[in-house]
Every structure is written in C-alpha cells, then in structure tokens.
Design a protein around this ligand. Sequence first.
Ligand code: CDP
Ligand code: CDP
Length: 222
Amino acid sequence: MSVPVITIDGPSASGKGTVAAIVAQRLGFHYLDSGSLYRLLALHARRQGVAWHDEPALAELAGSLPAAFVQGAVLLDGNDVSMEIRAEEIGIGASKVAALPAVRAALLQRQRAFGVAPGLVTDGRDMGSVVFPQAAVKIFLTASADERASRRYKQLIGKGESANLPQIKQDIIDRDSRDAARAVAPLRQEPDAFLLDTTELTIDQAVDTVLRRFGQYQASGI
Ligand code: CDP
Ligand code: CDP
C-alpha cells in the first residue's frame, strides 16, 4: 500500500511551512520543507563560488548536496544554517536555481525519499504536481499579497531583524512572478488541488481545514 502524502503548495509567505509542520505533528507524519533544499543549494553554490545561473555546475552540486535535517535544524556540511537560508537574498537565489530543469531533476529523488511510513506532509511549489502526483490530499495555500507581505514583515520584526514592508511586498511579488513564469514546474493551482485562501483565516483554521480534508480522504477508503 502506498504511503499517504499531503502536499501543500503555494506562493511565498502564505503559511505553507507553518501549516504543514503542524499538520505533520498532529498526524505523526514526516515533514519535508522542499524549499529548504533549493535554499541550501543557493547557499552552497554561493560558498563554492558557483553562479546561480550555471546550470551544469549547479546540477552537479545538487546531486551531492551535503545537507541533512536533524531535529528541526537544517545542516550544510554539518553546520546549522537554519537561520542563514531564511535570508530573503537566499530566497531569491533559491528561485533562480529552482528555475533550471537540471537542478530540479537532480533534487527529485531526494524529495521522494521522504515519502515513507507512516506518511508525509510536504510544502513547496510542485509537490502535488511533479514530486508526489499521487498524493492523498493536495492543497494550494494562498493569501493576498498584502497579507503575505505583512506576515513576512511581522516574522522578521519578531526575530529582531530590520524590515521594510514595501520592499518585502515587492520581493514577494517578484519571486512569485519568477516562480509562476518558469517553464518547468511553475507555481500554479493544479486542477486536483483544493484552494485554501488564508487571507482571513488563522493558522488553526487553516490546519483544521487540511486535517478535515485528510479525514475525508481516509473515510472514502481509497
Ligand atoms: O512557508 P511560507 O513561506 O508559505 O509561510 P510561513 O513561513 O509558514 O508563514 C509566514 C508567517 O505567516 C509565519 O510567521 C506564520 O506564523 C504567519 N501566518 C499567519 O499569521 N496566519 C496564517 N493563517 C498563516 C501563517
Ligand atoms: O518560504 P517561501 O515560500 O518564501 O519559499 P520556499 O518555499 O523556501 O522556496 C524558496 C524558493 O524555492 C521558491 O521561491 C521557489 O522558487 C523554489 N521552490 C521550488 O521551486 N519548488 C519547491 N517545491 C519549493 C521551492
């Protein structure tokens, strides 16, 4: 029997990571933040002096990315880079390397390897469309650009970092356009994904909606 997978795709700062991690915890499932792999690659490339557009060199780095996920921390070469990969600049680099087909192909099996018992909750851009097309439940999580910018702003201020709201909104819009416009695995709602607009929802309400849909899937006995 295949392992149940819940995919949560959507634009930046829509709450994917927060909602996916809580759903995984409630169900006792594994959790994969697929964006962290693209962020790790962008950081690794920078440290190795590889440009974010050098497709063959990036694909090679991606194939042997020295990354590990240990108790919620993201490691590169054995060092905790959880904070470093969250920098907006690394997010921009991630969306540049993620547009290259050879890079995506090199990371595919690594992502699928997370789909083991008792189940997986994963978030990203193409988890329901490309990486786990047979997923039990597919969610397209979104919120208005203003709401997403405001969430990212509060997140940064909460961490004691300086933040500029109009700049954050512009960065989010630019990154979403690049993710939606690319030829390979573009950001978009798949026909079989459930649209969950969280502009007016709390995190708990979004989590409950995902859990309810998973409950419906289980009750259907598929
Ligand atoms: O993973 P993604 O970039 O989609 O977003 P996130 O990092 O999970 O969420 C961005 C911020 O929005 C976090 O600080 C969440 O706590 C917050 N959030 C919220 O305020 N209301 C929601 N309904 C969902 C997330
Ligand atoms: O947290 P946020 O939504 O801002 O970004 P992320 O999920 O960490 O992803 C960073 C970048 O990686 C995105 O802008 C995408 O370009 C890319 N990405 C992707 O192409 N496919 C995925 N499954 C996940 C992320």
